[in-house]
Design a protein around this ligand. Structure first.
Ligand SMILES: NC(=O)c1ccc[n+]([C@@H]2O[C@H](COP(=O)([O-])OP(=O)(O)OC[C@H]3O[C@@H](n4cnc5c(N)ncnc54)[C@H](O)[C@@H]3O)[C@@H](O)[C@H]2O)c1
Length: 318
């Protein structure tokens, strides 16, 4: 099977800046997928980082976001991040320009035409399902839909999409440009070739893919849950203040204390993941989500992205 899209030609004709772009063929056994364009959906904490990674790997990248302010902020922060790479001498000025020119920013779903989609929108299954179905209507039938969900069942998302065999989990870690690991999450529907292509794509993005089966929290988020929950429990029960706990754990060698890490991830995202893993594992007491975290979400104190979480973060135009 060779999948080559007609869209590839359309894009090349329509967009001047495509002159830098070479389609990238990923081959696995007999399947060759020519990936020309990657569309990243959601330009929040994760989406903007994944878009940067895709553009740096040489793909023409569409970054789609409903919220115009979030999209503008993503453009500013992405330009800053790529600029910093040039300042540090990791890329030269020509490469910097090429990377930035490969990214198209849009709030119009009609512009989301691509070979490979990576969604990083809100952690709600109904939103992800609706998005993939809309994209499936607009795109060729061979395109692949990857979800960056941290904890939702990829199978239950796939089961509600027209081509469930083309749906897969591609779980990047935060910050996406720096963290090497990508969990490639397969379901009973996933075609073997799609798993291989996704793994190859992650490698092309200079990541280390680990294939795992769809299960609550996959691997890392399942193992990491007690790190957050037990820390929140200690603070909730008044045994220790959160700053002390961060300090203590960092002094024992953890790179980030749990509260700093939750602020980086986003308290809304971390709370959604805790709730989802708790429910999928039939609500064991040891994994009960914390009321402290729920209150943070209710107050909108989501962490770095809102300027306040457990700690304050001055927002300087992102
Ligand atoms: N934050 C993390 O550390 C982390 C790590 C790995 C995976 N994830 C997962 O990535 C996804 C996104 O997380 P995030 O932290 O980037 O969230 P975020 O809140 O920072 O960003 C989500 C963005 O998606 C946009 N959005 C919502 N619905 C949309 C739609 N239908 N179409 C287009 N845009 C839409 C929102 O406006 C927002 O800007 C979630 O599934 C989360 O579980 C998060």
């Amino acid at each position: 099977m060779r999948i080559e899209t007609t869209f590839q030609k359309l894009v090349t004709r329509d967009l001047g800046f495509m002159k830098y772009q070479q389609p990238i063929s990923l081959q696995l056994n007999k399947i060759v997928l020519v990936i020309n364009t990657i569309c990243v959906c959601g330009a929040g904490t994760m989406g903007r980082g994944i878009a940067q990674v895709a553009a740096q790997a040489g793909f023409y990248t569409v970054l789609y976001e409903l919220n115009k302010t979030a999209l503008d902020n993503a453009k500013i922060s992405l330009e800053k991040a790529v600029g910093l790479l040039a300042e540090k001498g990791k890329i030269n000025d020509v490469e910097k320009q090429k990377i930035l020119q490969r990214i198209q920013y849009t709030s119009d779903i009609q512009s989301c035409l691509a070979d490979f989609f990576i969604e990083a929108i809100v952690e709600k299954p109904e939103a992800k399902i609706a998005l993939f179905n809309q994209l499936a209507e607009l795109n060729h039938s061979e395109c692949i839909f990857a979800s960056n969900t941290s904890s939702l069942s990829v199978s239950s998302i796939a089961g509600k999409i027209k081509n469930p065999e083309r749906v897969i989990g591609m779980h990047f870690f935060n910050p996406a440009p720096l963290m090497k690991l990508v969990e490639v999450v397969t379901t009973d529907y996933t075609e073997k070739g799609i798993t291989g292509i996704t793994r190859e794509l992650a490698k092309q993005m200079d990541k280390v893919p680990v294939v795992c089966k769809d299960s609550p929290g996959f691997i890392v988020n399942r193992v990491a849950r007690p790190y957050y929950i037990e820390s929140l429990r200690l603070a909730e029960e008044g045994h220790i203040r959160f700053e002390q706990l961060d300090q203590l754990l960092e002094s024992t060698g953890f790179k980030m204390g749990p509260f700093k890490l939750m602020d980086l991830i986003g308290n809304d995202v971390n709370y959604a993941v805790s709730t989802s893993v708790y429910d999928q594992l039939h609500q064991p007491e040891r994994l009960r989500p914390s009321s402290i975290q729920r209150e943070k979400v209710e107050k909108g104190e989501l962490g770095r992205k809102t300027g306040k979480g457990y700690y304050p973060y001055p927002l300087k135009g992102d």
